[in-house]
Structures are given as C-alpha cells and as structure tokens.
Ligand binder design. Structure first.
Ligand code: ADP
Length: 321
C-alpha cells in the first residue's frame, strides 16, 4: 500500500500544517508512503516565481526537518515532463462537465477576477500525481474528497477504455486531526494564504515572534479557563494546541491553567518546544543548499523511476507509441 500526501508551497508552513499533518506523517509513515511539495498546484492562483522557488525549498526543508524519511519525499515539478504527459492523457479522459463540477473550483474561481484554466484542470493534474506514483491511498480532508473521487473515476475509465494500467486509488479519512484555527480570527482555520499573518504561527518563526502571536491570540471576556469549543472558539483553539503539543486531552490541558495569561504562557512554551527542533534543523538544511539539493535530486530520481513504466504503458495503450 502506498499513501500519497502533498503540501502546496503557497506560503510558509504553519503550526496547523505541522500539528494537523506533517508531525503525523513523520511519526506514522510506512516505507512505501510518499510526500511531495506540490509547487505546480501553487501556480493555479497568481504567484511570484522567485517566491515560489524559495517556498518550495523551504517546504521541502521543513518536511525533512520534521523527520520524514528523505527517501519518501520529492518535489512535484521535478517530474514536470512525466506529469505533463500523463496530465494530457487524463484531460482527454475527463469530461469538461466533470471538471467544472468541482466545488473547490467553483469556490476559488468565484474569488478571482479571471480564474486560470489551471484552476479548472488542476484536479486532473492531481489525478496524474496519484496515478503516476501508483498510490493506493490518499489521506484527505473533506475539501479534497471530490478530487480523489475524480482520480478514481479517471483511473477506472482509462483502464476500461484502453487497458489495465493504473491502480485505482481510494480516499482515506485521516484519524481525527487537530484543526488549528487562526489565533487572531478563530472563525477561520489557520492557513498559509491568510491575508493577515498575526494569527498564523509559522514553523520557521523566531521564538519571540511566535510568542507574541500567541500572547495576542483572541480569546473572550469570560476569564475562567474552560474547554467549550462551541461557545468559546478562541480559547478552545489555544487549549487544543496545548493538548496536542503535550499529548493530553483538551479537558486535561484546560485544567493546567487558571488565568488566560497562564494558559497563553503554557501554550507558548509548548509550541516553542514543539517547533524548536524542526526550525533548527530546517535552518541548517536551508543554510546547506548542497545537502538539500542532493536529497531533492535523489527524491526526483526515485519518483521518476516509479513513474516511468506506468507512464510508458499508459502512452502505449492510449495509442501513442
Ligand atoms: P493550507 O490550507 O495551509 O494551504 P495545505 O492545503 O497545503 O494547507 O495542507 C497541507 C496539509 O496540512 C493537509 O494535510 C491539511 O489537512 C493540513 N492542514 C492545513 N491547515 C490546517 C490547519 N489549520 N489545522 C490542521 N491541519 C491543517
């Protein structure tokens, strides 16, 4: 079984990515699992090339620093040739209506003056990511379920139309993950794309910066520390972060503080302790471009090897060779 997960370098990796995904990837990954930095996906919205290049390196460094096996990691665009080829084959396997029906496309397109065609077709590229690596399980949240469903449909249709080439992937529901909210605006989840970054703790934030963001986290006027996610989302978010970092239940975490100041101090201490080794190791890697480049090239080679026979077979049965 191969599980495939990606992270889009549309911004710096934050505490939500770390606690909700990356930390777990590092702890639970099996030798066949794959993790990739999906820089091609970041091009579906306006972006700056220099920043994308830097964020791709940075995201890769953070994945490695968090303890993910270097042999399991690659950068998506290092397979741009293979992916471009399979993407075209799959676009010609996908109906226009099927792509246009994707809820995420409709939502994101509505926020743009002029949505890119890539925003419409990116679920097909995601299918190519999955099928090219022969991944069998894709752990995704609700917002990506429809895309995995499309990948399943395209794999089945291609296999039935031209020949059995692809493993049909399945969406896997990740074990209930920490959903970290924005510290300044607990109504929103913490996200790389947040306009205001004072509520987003980045993994590479210097400790004083992270501490300040936590100290200024939005709570409420009630003063007593109690875990009530519905009524007091800002406070509950802090309690949950403390709970995940210290490995206790939110109720137990809430009992460790009596004032908001105490709670915030405890959260800051736990978060800084959690992120410190990752930040330090990532900085080391970023300061040693040779080492990061070597890992990247090796990941690219292995990913290309996994892709090559499958791509060859797909092109052959599709009538191209
Ligand atoms: P973002 O929304 O910050 O751009 P991605 O879509 O790249 O993040 O997601 C990468 C991984 O991080 C996914 O597995 C996703 O479920 C997880 N993740 C993203 N934001 C959060 C959050 N606020 N809390 C918990 N997990 C998160």
């Amino acid at each position: 079984m191969t599980r495939l997960s990606g992270i889009t370098p549309s911004g710096h990796i934050h505490l939500g990515n770390h606690l909700g995904a990356i930390r777990r990837w590092a702890a639970e990954s099996e030798p066949d699992d794959l993790y990739f930095v999906s820089d091609l996906h970041a091009m579906t919205l306006p972006y700056r090339p220099e920043r994308l290049r830097a964020l791709t390196r940075e995201n890769l460094a953070v994945l490695l620093a968090a303890g993910i096996d270097p042999g399991s990691v690659f950068v998506q665009s290092d397979l741009v040739g293979e992916l471009g080829a399979l993407n075209w084959v799959l676009e010609c396997t996908c109906g226009y209506g099927e792509a246009a029906r994707m809820i995420q496309f409709k939502e994101k397109a509505a926020e743009q003056d002029s949505a890119r065609l890539g925003l419409l077709t990116y679920p097909v590229l995601m299918a190519a990511d999955i099928l090219l690596q022969g991944a069998s399980e894709i752990p995704v949240g609700n917002d990506q379920n429809q895309h995995v469903e499309l990948a399943r449909t395209l794999a089945r249709r291609f296999n039935a139309s031209y020949g059995e080439v692809f493993t049909v992937p399945a969406a896997a529901v990740p074990r209930a993950a920490a959903g970290v909210r924005d510290l300044a605006d607990p109504g929103r989840k913490m996200a790389k794309s947040a306009q205001q970054q004072n509520g987003v703790v980045f993994v590479l934030d210097e400790p004083d910066v992270a501490q300040r963001k936590i100290n200024r986290a939005k709570t409420d006027d009630l003063r007593d520390v109690r875990y009530e996610p519905e009524q007091r989302p800002g406070l509950a978010n802090l309690i949950e972060i403390l709970a995940v970092c210290t490995g206790v239940s939110p109720y137990a975490a809430a009992r460790t503080a009596t004032t908001y100041a105490q709670l915030k101090d405890a959260v800051a201490e736990a978060v800084l302790e959690e992120l410190r080794p990752v930040r330090e190791r990532a900085r080391e890697l970023l300061d040693d471009p040779g080492e990061l480049e070597r890992v990247r090239e090796k990941g690219a080679r292995q990913a290309a090897e996994r892709a090559s026979s499958r791509l060859g077979a797909a092109l052959r049965v599709a009538g191209l060779r």
